[in-house]
Write a protein that binds this ligand. Structure first.
Ligand SMILES: Nc1ncnc2c1ncn2[C@@H]1O[C@H](COP(=O)(O)OP(=O)(O)OP(=O)(O)O)[C@@H](O)[C@H]1O
Length: 231
């Protein structure tokens, strides 16, 4: 389980996270929703070690991650699919996947077959450059690259952003498969309400750097939840 307690995060004098606490249990999909700029990406940057926190604790399966470099967090089982995907445009699809080998012991450096069962297009495009793929294909590649690291928790930042509906369906199916087949934890940040309502076991809503709502996916339709999500 991932446990985040009382997290504060600053950019200079500006505070982006205020006392954020949440858990993401193994075998469950946890969604964090919120409008633009409320701190969702900052929360994931804190968890993956891309930005230091000013206060609070981040722990995964008994290990405290605070102060640990992103590379070592990957070794502890944190897989990250960043916003905007961050595919290497000049590397081939195969080479992009192989960048996921970095935190692995030599004997584990292989590409798991289920990546190609989930996203068959990646297998047919193995020698194409990452930059030649469509946005949806790049999103599938970013998820595949994170899967190569054999994560115990997959952390995804707005995986549906700018993606066509058919590929959103494939991504939803892949996330469910990963939860059910491997029992990994999934922590997903989103603005797309319907996607979260269908997938989530548990939801949190953020507003202005704070968690303002928590509950089952069905609670997203309450007046109180909607108040924090509508512009
Ligand atoms: N590198 C940065 N330097 C200064 N301020 C930042 C930086 N990154 C984010 N912020 C500010 O921190 C706040 C939270 O931003 P964050 O990106 O975490 O929100 P978000 O909910 O993920 O939004 P989006 O959906 O647009 O990505 C915003 O006010 C944003 O302007």
């Amino acid at each position: 389980m991932l446990t985040v307690e009382n997290l504060n995060l600053h950019y200079g004098a500006a505070q982006a996270l205020r006392g954020v606490s949440l858990t993401a249990p193994m075998g469950k999909i946890t969604c964090v929703l919120g409008r633009n700029g409320v701190g969702k990406s900052s929360l994931l940057r804190a968890i993956t070690g891309q930005h230091p926190v000013s206060a609070g604790t981040i722990a995964f399966e008994g290990a405290v991650l605070n102060g640990m470099a992103p590379f070592n967090r990957a070794r502890h089982g944190i897989g990250y699919v960043p916003q905007g995907r961050e595919i290497f445009p000049l590397l081939s699809v195969k080479e992009n996947l192989e960048t996921g080998f970095a935190p692995l012991a030599r004997k584990d450096r292989s590409i798991p077959d289920d990546i190609f069962s989930l996203f068959p297009i990646l297998e047919t495009m193995l020698s194409r450059r990452g930059g030649d793929l469509s946005g949806g294909q790049q999103q599938q590649l970013a998820i595949g690259r994170a899967m190569v690291t054999r994560p115990k928790i997959l952390v995804l930042d707005e995986p549906t952003e700018g993606i066509q509906p058919s590929i959103i369906k494939d991504i939803g199916r892949a996330i469910r498969y990963l939860r059910d087949s491997t029992g990994m934890a999934i922590l997903l940040v989103e603005q797309y309400l319907d996607f979260c309502r269908e997938l989530a076991d548990h939801v949190y809503i953020m507003d202005r750097g704070e968690i303002v709502h928590e509950g089952g996916a069905e609670t997203l339709d309450t007046v109180e939840a909607r108040r924090h999500l509508t512009v």
